[in-house]
Design a protein around this ligand. Structure first.
Ligand code: FAD
Length: 330
């Protein structure tokens, strides 16, 4: 493949237009993977540009506390953590733009990325770290009452449910962590899980089960969310008997998993059957110069520490790619 890589000094006058910019490394996403990639690229003098996407800081910015990232024995607030990630990357020269990629053309070099703000980036290398988004229940009432009793973020919305009764849907780590967090505000938290055992780790399970405000509804699914302006109840179905019943409730917090934000790359990059971008152990996609890191390429580990590690690896590999194909990384 012939890489027609650009360098800043070779920009044509049309490429100097304010709505067009040539970069060595463009990073899509400002979560742990994107900001770690930015830190490593910046320290390698690759002048990375990060497009934040709609969620500056990524999923972890919505998390109340992170207790499993090394170096913080007392835990650290999710938002505070990604602010530090950003500060550290910017200190070495990374630039974070509040903008979202809306179109990519990976068929030639430089790679072309159009954004919501109407900018066109011509990138020698691309690091995709667009992460994952919360899965929806897909039941009647869910969309209608999102933000009016239905939430996907306890840290963001828990405060609104002071002295109220809420349900948490799900049985994994997020469901339990967020459920325990909600007991700070809510009078009661009922965890609705479709199976008879949790997917969450044993420590979290123990903590949830010993919390007097937390109770469990096993083998149960939510089939409808009802309300009048805001949520006033849910319809539940017993997965064994099929029996339906209503539960009056004011808040429904949904933590049933995530899907990768990879739609933008469909038809251009190899994805697995669930839509995760396929990468090798060096974070390389099937297209030279295009790397992916973090949850968009990781259906298994899905942690801050693993996403950050993948971001660092992708950045180092982007540096090697530039060295080998252009020889001008400073
Ligand atoms: C409620 C909750 C609690 C959690 N608790 C923990 C915990 O305690 N410990 C732990 O290790 N992990 C935890 N996690 C998981 C952790 O947050 C994720 O593993 C991590 O954030 C993934 O990082 P990422 O950079 O791959 O993606 P994300 O954090 O998902 O970030 C993706 C980024 O891509 C951006 N983006 C998306 N589309 C575009 C686009 N088109 N153009 C530009 N940018 C785009 C988004 O705006 C965002 O900035 C938790 C997750 C949740 C939801």
């Amino acid at each position: 493949m012939n890489f027609n890589l650009t360098s800043p000094s070779s920009m044509s006058s049309s490429e100097m237009d304010s709505d067009q910019e040539t970069v060595q490394v463009l990073i899509l996403g400002s979560g742990p993977a994107g900001l770690s990639a930015a830190l490593y690229c910046a320290r390698a003098n690759l002048d990375p540009v990060v497009l934040s996407g709609l969620e500056l800081g990524g999923q972890v910015s919505l998390t109340y506390v992170v207790e499993n990232y090394p170096g913080f024995p007392d835990g650290i607030g999710g938002l505070e953590m990604v602010e530090l990630f950003q500060k550290q990357a910017e200190k070495f020269g990374a630039r974070v733009e509040i903008d979202t990629a809306t179109e990519v053309d990976l068929s030639k070099h430089p790679i072309r990325v159009k954004t919501q703000n109407g900018k066109l980036y011509l990138a020698d290398t691309l690091i995709i770290s667009t992460g994952a988004s919360a899965r929806h229940l897909e039941v009647p009432g869910e969309n209608e009452f999102t933000g009016r009793g239905v939430s996907y973020c306890a840290t963001c919305d828990g405060w609104f449910f002071k002295k109220k009764d809420v349900v948490v849907v799900g049985g994994g780590d997020s469901a339990l962590e967020e459920g325990i967090f909600l007991t700070r505000y809510a009078d009661s938290v009922t965890i609705v899980h479709r199976r008879d055992e949790l997917r969450a780790g044993p420590m979290l399970e123990e903590r949830a089960k010993s919390n007097p405000k937390v109770s469990f509804l096993w083998n149960t699914v939510v089939t409808k969310i009802t309300g009048n302006g805001s949520v006033d109840g849910i319809e539940l179905q017993d997965t064994e008997s099929g029996e339906l019943r209503n539960l009056p409730i004011e808040g429904v917090f949904i933590f049933i998993g995530h899907f990768p934000n990879s739609d933008l790359f469909k038809g251009q990059l190899e994805l697995d059957e669930k839509g995760y971008i396929k990468v090798d152990h060096r974070m390389r996609t099937n297209i030279p110069g295009v790397f992916a890191a973090g949850e968009v390429a990781d259906p298994h580990f899905r942690q801050v520490v693993t996403s950050a590690g993948m971001g660092a690896a992708a950045a180092m590999q982007a540096g090697h790619f530039l060295d080998e194909n252009i020889g001008y990384s400073n």
